[in-house]
Design a protein around this ligand. Structure first.
Ligand SMILES: [Mn+2]
Length: 326
């Protein structure tokens, strides 16, 4: 059953102020039963942070991002963007929030199985999954669910390369999702943007990523060569999956994260690259990882995460509208 997320009123229709009601993403309808999912965009939370190696708290990411998304609480019914002078997400597009994936503390494999099954179910229902993490380890579980695709291109925004092989035997931690992706037969090209941090990935990991064919752009590349240069480097592909580790952004606007690193991307740089991806091919999934509300400063990191999700769902539906109208 889908629950329309509207507050009580004696009037004909409720005002739905951003501070009223139990938050779903954008105050969109709540659809807790994936068997009954009928939507274009399905938001789901993965409150998992057992992989976090520095500052924990990403398990609170899903609800932090949902709460911050209420600044845009009318957007799921369509919104006007004055910057582009365009309407986004108007009817018939439908966004729903499916609630959270069950996480069992200490049992990461079971938690990952739940995650993979949830994403698989959303894909079967024809919706595009938008997962709110959770630490970046979850992306390994998410990408496993895409095995019906061939040559899926993964675009990663991140401070860190996340290409470590198995440090101290840890194969499915948040330092390895891009390495694990590269090992999946259905994953094709990789692009890694905003990279700069001294993370778990070492020199050899960078060599391995390059040998795989990954396109690596540092934050310095984006800043000095420009967004147009970054866009020109997006690999050709029919289908794209975007994974956005919020530490790809600069800590001045996103310090609510486990491993912040100076000299990050700005929101407008990241958003413009996501927009270009949406028009270059079809975005078939998106996640935002590593938002840690306990470490945040007045919810600003959650706000940017919510905004980037809204941008991605707006751009991908607009790209489909333009294809349909051609
Ligand atoms: Mn990461």
């Amino acid at each position: 059953m889908e629950i329309i997320n509207k507050p009580f009123t004696v009037e004909e229709s409720p005002m739905c102020n951003p501070f009223v009601g139990i938050p779903t993403f954008l105050m969109a309808p709540y659809c807790p039963n994936l068997d009954e999912l009928v939507a274009d965009i399905a938001v789901i939370g993965m409150p998992y942070d057992m992989g976090t190696s520095v500052k924990t708290g990403a398990r609170f990411g899903p609800n932090g991002v949902r709460a911050a998304s209420r600044y845009n609480c009318y957007a799921h019914e369509g919104w006007y963007d004055p910057i582009r002078d365009e309407m986004f997400l108007g009817p018939p597009w439908k966004v729903v929030d499916c609630g959270d994936i069950d996480v069992l503390h200490t049992l990461y494999e079971q938690s990952f199985r739940n995650c993979e099954a949830a994403i698989r179910k959303i894909l079967e229902k024809g919706a595009v999954p938008f997962t709110i993490g959770g630490d970046h380890a979850m992306t390994t579980a998410i990408l496993r669910a895409y095995d019906s695709y061939e040559d899926l291109c993964v675009i990663q925004f991140d401070a860190h390369l996340d290409f470590s092989k198995a440090p101290h035997g840890i194969t499915e931690g948040p330092g390895s999702p891009m390495r694990r992706a590269s090992e999946m037969p259905h994953i094709g090209k990789l692009m890694q943007i905003g990279i700069r941090g001294i993370g778990s990935s070492q020199y050899q990991d960078f060599q391995d990523a390059r040998a795989y064919g990954s396109t690596i752009l540092t934050s310095h590349d984006v800043r000095t060569k420009g967004v147009a240069y970054a866009i020109s480097k997006i690999p050709d592909a029919a289908h794209y999956y975007i994974t956005f580790d919020i530490d790809g952004l600069d800590p001045s606007i996103a310090n609510g994260t486990g491993s912040p690193v100076p000299y990050g991307l700005l929101y407008e740089e990241a958003s413009a690259i996501i927009e270009a991806v949406a028009y270059k091919g079809s975005i078939v999934g998106f996640d935002v990882a590593e938002v840690s509300p306990p470490n945040d400063n007045h919810d600003i990191t959650s706000m940017y995460a919510a905004q980037l999700m809204l941008d991605a769902m707006s751009f991908l539906t607009k790209a489909r509208e333009k294809q349909i109208n051609q």
